[in-house]
Design a binder for this molecule. Structure first.
Ligand SMILES: NC(=O)C1=CN([C@@H]2O[C@H](COP(=O)(O)OP(=O)(O)OC[C@H]3O[C@@H](n4cnc5c(N)ncnc54)[C@H](O)[C@@H]3O)[C@@H](O)[C@H]2O)C=CC1
Ligand SMILES: O=C(CO)COP(=O)(O)O
Length: 338
């Protein structure tokens, strides 16, 4: 059953590439689909993604393409490995394909961890907007691309709201192997929100580390971030337990500590005095926490959700508030019960 699954990974950034490498090693019929022809050509020639994930050779069975229709034709599982801000464009291109290219039973699995700035929608909501009949889910957790590409042990959560139990199980089995263990969840909203929220808290953690505030400060920040994550997530319809799982607490810990994290590094650079816009403009890799902080800020203001850490990250990113002043404001709020 697993060996017959046809997988297409849309987006040849670091994470899409790592997932494609993993699926190929699982023996799945896997195609990595790039948006740009020149990138597809260089990956096919070099058998490596030198732009976004250098140093990890493609397995012999991994196919590379820039042909949307050919790559998606007959696919059982379509991983959307693109940043949230590029997802709607990808979905619109897919929606324009001829009828019959996509299998009606195809599963669309988002790998993205960010909210759309303008609509404040999650990646799966964006996919549903553009492809209303698609069956959508999310695969999330503490999963730095380089470690998955290297085959280091990893665990993650696969969430679907509306597909058949057998379909989830089949994908869970197909993707799980000796180095990757996939848990299943029905709380799609919680899994998506956890992945989006942790990227904003990773920016705060980076500020904390950049300012050399110490281990006590970082531990306190992460603990209060979990409390805030639960409060925001529950207000938006997610289940509490999900935030204590791999896609919530698990990814928060990884992203706030890991040297790999672009969001955490972005926070460190903010602490060094650079402005958010300047840092974002100077790099081509995704820092989802930047736009996502603004999207959550709008949601929390609209719905009256108390989220002081998100609010301070927003002010640092968009109102040029010095991180040290943000810390002072967090510390001087009214005292509370834990
Ligand atoms: N890198 C990682 O370790 C992990 C990343 N993720 C998530 O996966 C998603 C993709 O991230 P990465 O693969 O790391 O990205 P990346 O930073 O490696 O690459 C950016 C990708 O976005 C594409 N892109 C940039 N601007 C675009 C635009 N305007 N229109 C269309 N495409 C554009 C680039 O061509 C490239 O494929 C993000 O939501 C990220 O949070 C999730 C888990 C792990
Ligand atoms: O989501 C990730 C790890 O799980 C990657 O985090 P960054 O986008 O901060 O690098």
């Amino acid at each position: 059953m697993c060996e017959s699954l046809k997988i297409t990974v849309c987006g040849a950034g670091a994470w899409g590439t790592a997932m494609a490498l993993h699926c190929e090693r699982q023996g799945l019929d896997t195609t990595l689909l790039a948006r740009r022809t020149e990138q597809a050509r260089s990956m096919a020639a070099e058998r490596e993604n030198k732009d976004y994930l250098p140093g990890y050779a493609f397995g012999p069975g991994l196919k590379v393409s820039d042909d949307l229709a050919a790559a998606l034709s007959g696919a059982d599982v379509i991983f959307m490995g693109v940043p949230s801000y590029a997802l709607r464009d990808w979905c619109r291109r897919i929606a324009r394909l001829d009828t019959g290219v996509l299998k009606p039973s195809a599963l669309f699995v988002s790998l993205a961890k960010g909210l759309e700035l303008e609509t404040q929608k999650t990646p799966c909501e964006i996919i549903k907007d553009e492809l209303p009949t698609a069956i959508v889910g999310s695969l999330s957790g503490p999963t730095f691309a380089g470690e998955v590409a290297a085959g280091k042990p990893t665990a993650m959560t696969l969430a679907f709201g509306d597909c058949l139990e057998g379909q989830i199980e089949s994908l869970q089995n197909a993707v799980s192997g000796p180095n990757l263990r996939v848990y299943a969840s029905r709380d799609l909203r919680g899994v998506e929100l956890g992945g989006c929220l942790k990227n904003v808290y990773a920016v705060a953690a980076g500020c904390c580390q950049g300012l050399r505030l110490g281990d006590n400060a970082l531990a306190s920040l992460l603990t209060r971030a979990v409390a805030e994550m639960v409060r925001v997530g529950q207000a938006l319809g997610a289940s509490l337990e999900t935030f204590y799982g791999l896609s919530g607490f698990g990814d928060l810990v990884a992203t706030c500590h890991g040297d790999w994290s672009r969001n955490r590094t972005f926070g460190e650079e903010l602490a060094s005095g650079r402005t958010a816009a300047e840092i974002i403009e100077s790099q081509k890799t995704a820092v989802e926490g930047y736009r996502t902080a603004s999207a959550f800020h709008s949601i929390c203001r609209r719905d009256g959700i108390d989220a002081p850490i998100l609010d301070q990250v927003y002010q640092i990113c968009y109102e040029a508030k010095p991180p040290m002043k943000a810390l002072a404001d967090l510390m001087s709020r009214d005292l509370k019960k834990e």
